[in-house]
Design a protein around this ligand. Structure first.
Ligand SMILES: Cc1cc2nc3c(=O)[nH]c(=O)nc-3n(C[C@H](O)[C@H](O)[C@H](O)COP(=O)(O)OP(=O)(O)OC[C@H]3O[C@@H](n4cnc5c(N)ncnc54)[C@H](O)[C@@H]3O)c2cc1C
Length: 377
């Protein structure tokens, strides 16, 4: 798509912010695994937490094209930073904006938008990943309360979260219509989080288990209606996928930028390696795939902003962009030779950060299943 003048201005302002405030910290965030609170507050101040969230709930309501621009530009310099803005804009923010009561919005969504509280979305379990509906976590009614028992795994931001949207089975006999979402606050007796995972990439985004041991929550903490949780999770993931695809685009673009810079500088056989046709073929292939992804992503984002159903398109964008960014990052590393394997060059971090994108928010195989289901329905 051709961006409007306003969208171009937004891109420029995000790029300036990314270069000035984020890029100088990216290597340190990756190395230490610590995400500076000062940077988190700057993301909130710039309204990056509420791009997809309507104004009346504390967001800017700027929509998905703008969201993709912000993701792409930030992912070019620091992928961990983008994980901090995906949750308020999609996995956590959307269920609260679409299903939350006025009290829940006031207590959770508005402070999340302002960077005062951080929440997270806990669907995955040790035995239930792609097959999320086979979850074991239960919520059993006890008067006006529910008693939650179970364990969620690989939950982004869990170690620092103030509250968690937990999906639990309230009526096993109803299958996916027997799953309910609950808002559970840290500090509730029986709630705890596991050890911070040691990961290959996105190290500045803490991940851990969420443990629920006879956690008693009032029925007012149900998000949406009883039995509505699974549909809520699937609808949320539909929107989330387009945002992850934009993250992949930013990662691939940064790999490309590093590769072009390097092949112009590196001399072998008496000339810059970029002069060899074999290398030019690789670069052309990378550039073409990046631009295919870009077209698909912004087309899908525009459709979403127009209120169209994007289930198939978002799955295609996430599938194509995540596989593409792994391919481009691997080729960019290859073009760096042995230097690409050393931590002194940014491509080493870019390559590690790319890896998770074909796994989270639905693996590539699950995206293929979603696409085929839409084709064959
Ligand atoms: C860094 C990180 C952050 C995450 N953050 C969150 C979070 O905040 N909240 C949350 O709820 N979850 C989160 N997850 C979990 C993530 O969504 C799951 O890891 C993902 O859905 C895959 O589940 P799994 O790891 O159990 O793999 P599995 O489902 O066990 O899959 C293993 C392999 O089998 C394949 N497979 C499975 N079923 C099929 C099939 N039917 N056909 C073909 N192939 C199949 C998969 O594609 C994969 O290759 C996160 C994961 C990571 C790594």
């Amino acid at each position: 798509m051709i961006h409007t003048d306003m969208q171009k201005l937004i891109r420029k302002s995000v790029r300036d912010f990314a270069q000035k405030e984020v890029a100088p910290l990216a290597a340190q965030i990756d190395e230490t695994g610590e995400f500076p609170d000062e940077l988190y507050q700057k993301l909130a101040k710039n309204n990056y937490f509420g791009i997809t969230i309507p104004k009346e709930y504390g967001g800017t309501g700027a929509g998905y094209v703008v969201m993709c621009i912000v993701m792409e530009e930030l992912a070019r310099v620091c992928v961990s930073t983008t994980l901090h803005i995906t949750s308020p804009n999609t996995l956590l923010g959307l269920p609260l904006a679409n299903y939350g009561t006025p009290e829940q919005k006031k207590r959770y969504l508005l402070p999340e938008m302002r960077g005062e509280k951080e929440g997270t979305f806990a669907l995955t379990e040790p035995g239930a990943g792609s097959d999320a509906a086979s979850m074991k976590t239960t919520a059993v009614r006890d008067g006006d309360y529910y008693i939650l028992n179970g364990r969620k795994t690989f939950i982004t931001a869990a170690p620092v979260a103030d509250f968690v949207v937990v999906f639990a089975v309230t009526d096993r006999s109803k299958g996916t219509r027997g799953i309910t979402a609950f808002l559970v606050e840290r500090g509730t007796p029986g709630f705890s989080t596991g050890k911070k995972e040691r990961k290959m990439g996105v190290c500045g985004s803490p991940t851990s288990d969420v443990i629920l041991d006879r956690v008693r929550v009032h029925k007012s903490q149900i998000l949406g209606k009883e039995g509505e949780g699974f549909l809520m999770a699937m609808k949320t993931l539909d929107s989330g996928r387009i945002v992850v695809a934009a993250q992949c685009l930013g990662i691939a673009q940064s790999a490309m930028d590093e590769a072009v810079k390097y092949v112009k500088e590196r001399q072998q056989f008496g000339r810059a390696i970029g002069n060899f046709q074999g290398i030019q073929f690789m670069l052309s292939d990378m550039e073409t795939k990046i631009n295919c992804a870009r077209a698909l992503i912004y087309d899908t984002a525009q459709k979403k902003d127009l209120g169209m159903n994007i289930t198939k398109e978002a799955a295609m964008a996430k599938y194509f962009a995540s596989e593409m960014c792994n391919d481009v990052a691997a080729k960019a590393l290859q073009l760096h030779g042995g230097y690409g394997y050393m931590k002194d060059y940014p491509i080493e971090r870019i390559f590690r950060n790319a890896r998770v994108t074909t796994i989270y928010e639905g693996t590539s195989q699950i995206q293929q299943i979603v696409i085929a289901k839409q084709l064959l329905k």
